[in-house]
Design a protein around this ligand. Structure first.
Ligand SMILES: Cc1ncc(COP(=O)(O)O)c(C=O)c1O
Length: 357
Protein backbone atom coordinates (compact mmCIF):
# COMPACT_ATOMS: atom_id res chain seq x y z
CA UNK A 1 0.00 0.00 0.00
CA UNK A 2 1.39 3.39 -0.83
CA UNK A 3 1.32 6.10 1.80
CA UNK A 4 -1.29 8.79 1.33
CA UNK A 5 -0.83 12.47 0.85
CA UNK A 6 -2.25 14.49 3.68
CA UNK A 7 -3.05 17.66 1.85
CA UNK A 8 -4.63 19.50 -1.01
CA UNK A 9 -7.46 17.31 -2.14
CA UNK A 10 -8.14 19.37 -5.24
CA UNK A 11 -4.50 19.19 -6.23
CA UNK A 12 -4.71 15.43 -5.93
CA UNK A 13 -7.82 15.32 -8.09
CA UNK A 14 -6.13 17.44 -10.72
CA UNK A 15 -3.07 15.22 -10.55
CA UNK A 16 -5.06 12.05 -10.95
CA UNK A 17 -4.86 12.14 -14.71
CA UNK A 18 -1.11 11.86 -14.47
CA UNK A 19 -1.67 8.46 -12.91
CA UNK A 20 -1.40 7.41 -9.31
CA UNK A 21 1.29 4.88 -8.58
CA UNK A 22 -0.18 1.46 -8.57
CA UNK A 23 -1.46 0.75 -12.05
CA UNK A 24 -1.69 -2.94 -12.01
CA UNK A 25 -4.11 -5.51 -13.16
CA UNK A 26 -4.37 -6.45 -16.74
CA UNK A 27 -7.57 -5.09 -18.27
CA UNK A 28 -8.53 -8.53 -19.56
CA UNK A 29 -9.54 -9.22 -15.99
CA UNK A 30 -12.57 -7.00 -16.66
CA UNK A 31 -14.25 -10.00 -18.16
CA UNK A 32 -13.50 -11.89 -14.96
CA UNK A 33 -11.25 -14.61 -16.30
CA UNK A 34 -8.33 -14.44 -13.91
CA UNK A 35 -7.80 -12.95 -10.47
CA UNK A 36 -7.69 -9.19 -10.64
CA UNK A 37 -5.42 -7.26 -8.34
CA UNK A 38 -4.32 -3.69 -7.91
CA UNK A 39 -0.91 -2.72 -6.59
CA UNK A 40 -2.58 0.14 -4.82
CA UNK A 41 -4.57 -2.06 -2.50
CA UNK A 42 -4.35 -5.79 -1.88
CA UNK A 43 -6.25 -8.41 0.05
CA UNK A 44 -3.39 -8.34 2.59
CA UNK A 45 -4.21 -4.69 3.32
CA UNK A 46 -7.82 -5.73 3.94
CA UNK A 47 -6.72 -8.60 6.20
CA UNK A 48 -4.48 -6.19 8.11
CA UNK A 49 -7.43 -3.83 8.54
CA UNK A 50 -9.56 -6.68 9.83
CA UNK A 51 -6.93 -7.43 12.48
CA UNK A 52 -6.60 -3.79 13.52
CA UNK A 53 -10.33 -3.27 13.99
CA UNK A 54 -11.10 -6.74 15.38
CA UNK A 55 -13.45 -6.71 18.36
CA UNK A 56 -14.07 -2.97 18.11
CA UNK A 57 -17.14 -2.98 15.89
CA UNK A 58 -20.30 -5.03 15.43
CA UNK A 59 -20.34 -8.15 13.30
CA UNK A 60 -23.37 -7.17 11.23
CA UNK A 61 -25.78 -9.81 9.94
CA UNK A 62 -26.49 -10.90 6.38
CA UNK A 63 -30.21 -11.25 5.68
CA UNK A 64 -31.88 -13.14 2.86
CA UNK A 65 -34.82 -11.72 0.92
CA UNK A 66 -37.22 -14.29 -0.47
CA UNK A 67 -39.42 -11.69 -2.09
CA UNK A 68 -36.60 -9.99 -3.93
CA UNK A 69 -35.03 -13.33 -4.81
CA UNK A 70 -38.29 -14.39 -6.47
CA UNK A 71 -38.64 -11.07 -8.25
CA UNK A 72 -35.17 -11.07 -9.76
CA UNK A 73 -34.75 -14.83 -10.22
CA UNK A 74 -31.57 -15.04 -8.13
CA UNK A 75 -30.80 -15.59 -4.46
CA UNK A 76 -30.39 -12.17 -2.86
CA UNK A 77 -28.68 -11.49 0.49
CA UNK A 78 -28.24 -8.12 2.16
CA UNK A 79 -25.26 -7.24 4.35
CA UNK A 80 -26.91 -5.06 6.99
CA UNK A 81 -24.28 -2.43 7.72
CA UNK A 82 -26.97 -0.05 8.86
CA UNK A 83 -26.65 -1.94 12.16
CA UNK A 84 -22.95 -1.04 12.41
CA UNK A 85 -21.83 1.31 15.18
CA UNK A 86 -22.77 4.91 14.24
CA UNK A 87 -25.33 3.53 11.78
CA UNK A 88 -23.10 2.91 8.77
CA UNK A 89 -20.01 0.96 7.58
CA UNK A 90 -17.88 4.08 7.92
CA UNK A 91 -16.09 3.42 11.26
CA UNK A 92 -14.32 0.43 9.70
CA UNK A 93 -12.15 2.64 7.52
CA UNK A 94 -11.73 5.35 10.13
CA UNK A 95 -10.59 2.99 12.88
CA UNK A 96 -8.12 1.37 10.50
CA UNK A 97 -6.65 4.76 9.60
CA UNK A 98 -6.53 6.07 13.17
CA UNK A 99 -4.77 2.96 14.41
CA UNK A 100 -1.80 3.79 12.15
CA UNK A 101 -1.28 7.37 13.37
CA UNK A 102 1.78 8.26 15.44
CA UNK A 103 1.36 9.79 18.90
CA UNK A 104 2.43 13.11 17.45
CA UNK A 105 -0.19 12.91 14.70
CA UNK A 106 -2.81 11.95 17.25
CA UNK A 107 -1.87 14.95 19.38
CA UNK A 108 -2.33 17.30 16.41
CA UNK A 109 -5.85 15.99 15.89
CA UNK A 110 -7.69 14.85 12.77
CA UNK A 111 -9.89 16.56 10.20
CA UNK A 112 -12.25 15.50 7.46
CA UNK A 113 -15.30 16.33 5.38
CA UNK A 114 -18.59 14.52 5.21
CA UNK A 115 -22.26 14.50 4.36
CA UNK A 116 -22.67 12.97 7.79
CA UNK A 117 -21.86 9.28 8.09
CA UNK A 118 -18.11 9.67 7.86
CA UNK A 119 -18.46 12.61 10.26
CA UNK A 120 -20.18 10.42 12.82
CA UNK A 121 -17.66 7.63 12.34
CA UNK A 122 -14.71 10.01 12.70
CA UNK A 123 -16.27 11.61 15.76
CA UNK A 124 -17.00 8.25 17.37
CA UNK A 125 -13.66 6.61 16.61
CA UNK A 126 -11.66 9.72 17.56
CA UNK A 127 -13.44 9.92 20.91
CA UNK A 128 -12.61 6.26 21.55
CA UNK A 129 -8.95 6.96 20.70
CA UNK A 130 -8.80 10.24 22.63
CA UNK A 131 -8.12 12.28 19.48
CA UNK A 132 -9.58 15.72 18.77
CA UNK A 133 -11.71 15.70 15.59
CA UNK A 134 -12.82 18.56 13.34
CA UNK A 135 -15.31 17.85 10.54
CA UNK A 136 -16.29 20.16 7.71
CA UNK A 137 -19.90 19.81 6.57
CA UNK A 138 -22.15 22.29 4.74
CA UNK A 139 -25.28 24.27 5.44
CA UNK A 140 -27.70 21.91 3.69
CA UNK A 141 -26.23 18.76 5.30
CA UNK A 142 -28.65 16.64 7.31
CA UNK A 143 -29.28 18.39 10.67
CA UNK A 144 -29.63 14.96 12.24
CA UNK A 145 -26.19 13.89 11.03
CA UNK A 146 -24.62 17.20 12.14
CA UNK A 147 -26.15 16.81 15.60
CA UNK A 148 -25.01 13.20 15.85
CA UNK A 149 -21.40 14.07 14.91
CA UNK A 150 -21.40 16.78 17.58
CA UNK A 151 -22.92 14.41 20.11
CA UNK A 152 -20.11 11.91 19.48
CA UNK A 153 -17.69 14.71 20.37
CA UNK A 154 -16.44 16.23 17.10
CA UNK A 155 -16.30 19.94 16.33
CA UNK A 156 -18.45 20.46 13.22
CA UNK A 157 -17.84 23.43 10.93
CA UNK A 158 -20.97 23.64 8.79
CA UNK A 159 -20.38 27.20 7.56
CA UNK A 160 -19.71 26.40 3.86
CA UNK A 161 -22.79 27.03 1.71
CA UNK A 162 -22.45 23.93 -0.46
CA UNK A 163 -20.36 20.84 -1.21
CA UNK A 164 -17.72 22.44 -3.51
CA UNK A 165 -17.22 25.30 -1.03
CA UNK A 166 -16.89 22.77 1.78
CA UNK A 167 -14.10 20.89 -0.05
CA UNK A 168 -12.24 24.17 -0.65
CA UNK A 169 -12.70 25.08 2.99
CA UNK A 170 -11.32 21.70 4.03
CA UNK A 171 -8.22 22.17 1.90
CA UNK A 172 -7.57 25.50 3.60
CA UNK A 173 -8.13 24.06 7.07
CA UNK A 174 -5.83 21.11 6.43
CA UNK A 175 -3.05 23.56 5.54
CA UNK A 176 -3.78 25.90 8.44
CA UNK A 177 -4.29 23.43 11.27
CA UNK A 178 -1.76 20.69 10.54
CA UNK A 179 -4.36 18.12 11.49
CA UNK A 180 -4.18 14.73 9.81
CA UNK A 181 -6.72 14.31 7.05
CA UNK A 182 -8.81 11.16 7.37
CA UNK A 183 -10.23 11.25 3.88
CA UNK A 184 -13.79 9.89 3.63
CA UNK A 185 -12.87 7.56 0.79
CA UNK A 186 -9.63 8.18 -1.11
CA UNK A 187 -7.16 6.82 1.39
CA UNK A 188 -5.92 3.23 0.96
CA UNK A 189 -6.22 2.67 4.72
CA UNK A 190 -9.84 3.82 4.67
CA UNK A 191 -10.52 1.73 1.56
CA UNK A 192 -8.93 -1.32 3.20
CA UNK A 193 -11.09 -0.85 6.30
CA UNK A 194 -14.23 -0.72 4.18
CA UNK A 195 -12.99 -3.86 2.43
CA UNK A 196 -13.61 -5.83 5.62
CA UNK A 197 -17.31 -5.64 4.69
CA UNK A 198 -16.41 -7.76 1.65
CA UNK A 199 -14.62 -10.38 3.75
CA UNK A 200 -17.68 -10.77 5.97
CA UNK A 201 -20.01 -10.92 2.98
CA UNK A 202 -18.05 -13.83 1.54
CA UNK A 203 -17.89 -15.53 4.94
CA UNK A 204 -21.69 -15.38 5.10
CA UNK A 205 -22.45 -15.99 1.41
CA UNK A 206 -19.50 -18.01 0.12
CA UNK A 207 -21.21 -18.81 -3.17
CA UNK A 208 -21.91 -15.15 -4.00
CA UNK A 209 -21.12 -14.55 -7.66
CA UNK A 210 -22.61 -11.06 -7.89
CA UNK A 211 -21.72 -8.36 -5.38
CA UNK A 212 -23.59 -5.06 -5.39
CA UNK A 213 -22.28 -1.95 -3.62
CA UNK A 214 -23.43 1.67 -3.46
CA UNK A 215 -20.94 4.43 -4.25
CA UNK A 216 -20.28 7.96 -3.15
CA UNK A 217 -16.57 8.56 -3.69
CA UNK A 218 -15.70 4.90 -4.17
CA UNK A 219 -13.98 3.84 -0.94
CA UNK A 220 -16.50 1.17 -0.03
CA UNK A 221 -16.67 -0.44 -3.45
CA UNK A 222 -12.91 -0.41 -4.01
CA UNK A 223 -12.30 -2.05 -0.63
CA UNK A 224 -14.99 -4.68 -1.17
CA UNK A 225 -13.86 -5.35 -4.75
CA UNK A 226 -10.30 -5.87 -3.50
CA UNK A 227 -11.50 -8.58 -1.12
CA UNK A 228 -13.98 -10.17 -3.50
CA UNK A 229 -11.81 -10.25 -6.62
CA UNK A 230 -8.94 -11.79 -4.66
CA UNK A 231 -11.06 -14.51 -3.08
CA UNK A 232 -13.57 -15.09 -5.90
CA UNK A 233 -12.07 -13.80 -9.14
CA UNK A 234 -15.08 -14.92 -11.16
CA UNK A 235 -17.51 -12.84 -9.12
CA UNK A 236 -18.81 -9.62 -10.69
CA UNK A 237 -18.80 -6.45 -8.61
CA UNK A 238 -21.34 -3.75 -9.48
CA UNK A 239 -20.96 -0.16 -8.31
CA UNK A 240 -24.36 1.53 -7.95
CA UNK A 241 -24.64 5.31 -8.23
CA UNK A 242 -27.52 7.72 -8.68
CA UNK A 243 -27.74 9.18 -12.19
CA UNK A 244 -27.62 12.54 -10.38
CA UNK A 245 -24.37 11.64 -8.63
CA UNK A 246 -22.33 9.52 -11.00
CA UNK A 247 -18.75 10.50 -10.20
CA UNK A 248 -17.31 6.98 -10.33
CA UNK A 249 -18.99 5.97 -13.59
CA UNK A 250 -17.93 9.25 -15.21
CA UNK A 251 -14.40 8.87 -13.90
CA UNK A 252 -14.04 5.26 -15.00
CA UNK A 253 -15.29 6.21 -18.47
CA UNK A 254 -12.76 9.06 -18.59
CA UNK A 255 -9.96 6.91 -17.14
CA UNK A 256 -9.29 9.52 -14.46
CA UNK A 257 -11.09 11.23 -11.59
CA UNK A 258 -13.52 13.86 -12.80
CA UNK A 259 -15.47 16.40 -10.76
CA UNK A 260 -19.26 16.54 -10.92
CA UNK A 261 -22.07 18.47 -9.27
CA UNK A 262 -23.89 15.80 -7.29
CA UNK A 263 -27.60 16.36 -6.78
CA UNK A 264 -29.11 13.13 -5.51
CA UNK A 265 -31.53 12.97 -2.59
CA UNK A 266 -29.32 10.11 -1.35
CA UNK A 267 -26.98 12.46 0.52
CA UNK A 268 -24.52 9.69 1.43
CA UNK A 269 -23.81 9.13 -2.27
CA UNK A 270 -23.21 12.77 -3.21
CA UNK A 271 -19.44 12.69 -3.74
CA UNK A 272 -18.24 15.65 -5.85
CA UNK A 273 -15.50 13.47 -7.29
CA UNK A 274 -14.54 9.84 -7.17
CA UNK A 275 -11.25 9.31 -5.37
CA UNK A 276 -8.36 8.95 -7.82
CA UNK A 277 -7.15 5.94 -5.84
CA UNK A 278 -10.65 4.46 -5.88
CA UNK A 279 -10.97 4.99 -9.62
CA UNK A 280 -7.63 3.27 -10.17
CA UNK A 281 -8.60 0.25 -8.07
CA UNK A 282 -12.02 -0.04 -9.71
CA UNK A 283 -10.47 0.10 -13.18
CA UNK A 284 -7.81 -2.43 -12.22
CA UNK A 285 -10.39 -4.82 -10.78
CA UNK A 286 -13.01 -4.50 -13.51
CA UNK A 287 -15.77 -3.08 -11.32
CA UNK A 288 -18.91 -2.52 -13.40
CA UNK A 289 -21.09 0.61 -13.20
CA UNK A 290 -24.84 0.76 -12.65
CA UNK A 291 -26.89 3.98 -12.49
CA UNK A 292 -30.25 4.38 -10.75
CA UNK A 293 -32.82 7.16 -10.97
CA UNK A 294 -34.20 9.06 -8.01
CA UNK A 295 -37.48 7.13 -8.46
CA UNK A 296 -35.56 3.83 -8.39
CA UNK A 297 -33.99 4.94 -5.10
CA UNK A 298 -37.36 5.70 -3.56
CA UNK A 299 -38.74 2.34 -4.67
CA UNK A 300 -35.74 0.55 -3.21
CA UNK A 301 -36.18 2.50 0.02
CA UNK A 302 -39.88 1.61 0.25
CA UNK A 303 -39.07 -2.05 -0.41
CA UNK A 304 -36.48 -2.10 2.35
CA UNK A 305 -38.92 -0.60 4.84
CA UNK A 306 -41.97 -2.55 3.79
CA UNK A 307 -40.53 -5.97 3.05
CA UNK A 308 -37.13 -6.18 4.72
CA UNK A 309 -38.17 -4.09 7.76
CA UNK A 310 -34.86 -2.29 7.39
CA UNK A 311 -34.92 1.38 8.35
CA UNK A 312 -32.11 2.34 6.02
CA UNK A 313 -31.34 5.68 4.45
CA UNK A 314 -31.77 6.30 0.71
CA UNK A 315 -28.08 5.60 0.09
CA UNK A 316 -28.41 2.29 1.91
CA UNK A 317 -31.31 1.29 -0.32
CA UNK A 318 -29.46 2.02 -3.57
CA UNK A 319 -28.46 -1.62 -4.08
CA UNK A 320 -32.04 -2.83 -3.62
CA UNK A 321 -33.09 -0.05 -6.00
CA UNK A 322 -30.71 -1.28 -8.69
CA UNK A 323 -31.84 -4.89 -8.27
CA UNK A 324 -35.55 -4.05 -8.27
CA UNK A 325 -35.19 -1.84 -11.34
CA UNK A 326 -33.52 -4.73 -13.19
CA UNK A 327 -30.36 -2.68 -13.66
CA UNK A 328 -27.95 -5.33 -12.39
CA UNK A 329 -27.59 -7.85 -15.21
CA UNK A 330 -28.35 -11.16 -13.48
CA UNK A 331 -28.45 -14.70 -14.74
CA UNK A 332 -30.89 -17.23 -13.34
CA UNK A 333 -29.19 -19.07 -10.51
CA UNK A 334 -26.92 -16.18 -9.52
CA UNK A 335 -26.27 -15.62 -5.84
CA UNK A 336 -26.23 -11.94 -5.00
CA UNK A 337 -24.67 -10.25 -1.96
CA UNK A 338 -25.68 -6.59 -1.69
CA UNK A 339 -24.70 -3.97 0.88
CA UNK A 340 -27.19 -1.97 2.93
CA UNK A 341 -24.65 0.67 3.82
CA UNK A 342 -26.36 2.95 6.30
CA UNK A 343 -29.46 3.82 8.26
CA UNK A 344 -29.00 7.43 9.29
CA UNK A 345 -32.18 9.08 8.14
CA UNK A 346 -34.47 11.42 10.02
CA UNK A 347 -37.85 9.86 10.71
CA UNK A 348 -39.56 12.79 8.98
CA UNK A 349 -37.47 12.30 5.83
CA UNK A 350 -38.26 8.59 5.78
CA UNK A 351 -41.94 9.24 6.36
CA UNK A 352 -42.08 11.77 3.51
CA UNK A 353 -40.53 9.32 1.04
CA UNK A 354 -42.80 6.48 2.16
CA UNK A 355 -45.87 8.71 1.93
CA UNK A 356 -45.04 9.49 -1.72
CA UNK A 357 -45.05 5.85 -2.81
C1 LIG B 1 -24.78 5.27 3.70
C2 LIG B 1 -23.66 5.39 2.75
N1 LIG B 1 -23.56 4.50 1.76
C3 LIG B 1 -22.57 4.55 0.86
C4 LIG B 1 -21.61 5.55 0.90
C5 LIG B 1 -20.56 5.60 -0.16
O1 LIG B 1 -19.28 5.32 0.33
P1 LIG B 1 -18.00 5.74 -0.51
O2 LIG B 1 -17.89 7.22 -0.43
O3 LIG B 1 -16.90 5.04 0.15
O4 LIG B 1 -18.24 5.31 -1.92
C6 LIG B 1 -21.66 6.50 1.92
C7 LIG B 1 -20.65 7.56 2.00
O5 LIG B 1 -20.76 8.50 2.75
C8 LIG B 1 -22.70 6.42 2.87
O6 LIG B 1 -22.80 7.31 3.87
Amino acid sequence: MRSTQNRAIFVRVAAAGQGARGHAASRETRIGVVAATSELLTIDDVYAARERIAGRLHRTPTLGSRTLSERVGAQVHFKAELFQRTGSFKPRGVLNKLSTLSDEEKARGVISISAGNHAQALAYASAVEGIDALVVMWQAASPMKIAAARAYGATVDDSPPDIPAAFEHLDRLVEETGRTLVHPYDDPLVMAGQGTVGLEMLDDVPDADVVVVQVGGGGLVSGIATAVKALKPEARVFAVEPELSNALAASMAAGESVTIEPKSAADGLNGPYAGPNCVRVCLDLGVENVLVTEDDLKEGFTFMYGRMKLACELAGAATAAALLAGKVPLERGNTVAAVVSGGNVAAQTAAAILAEQ
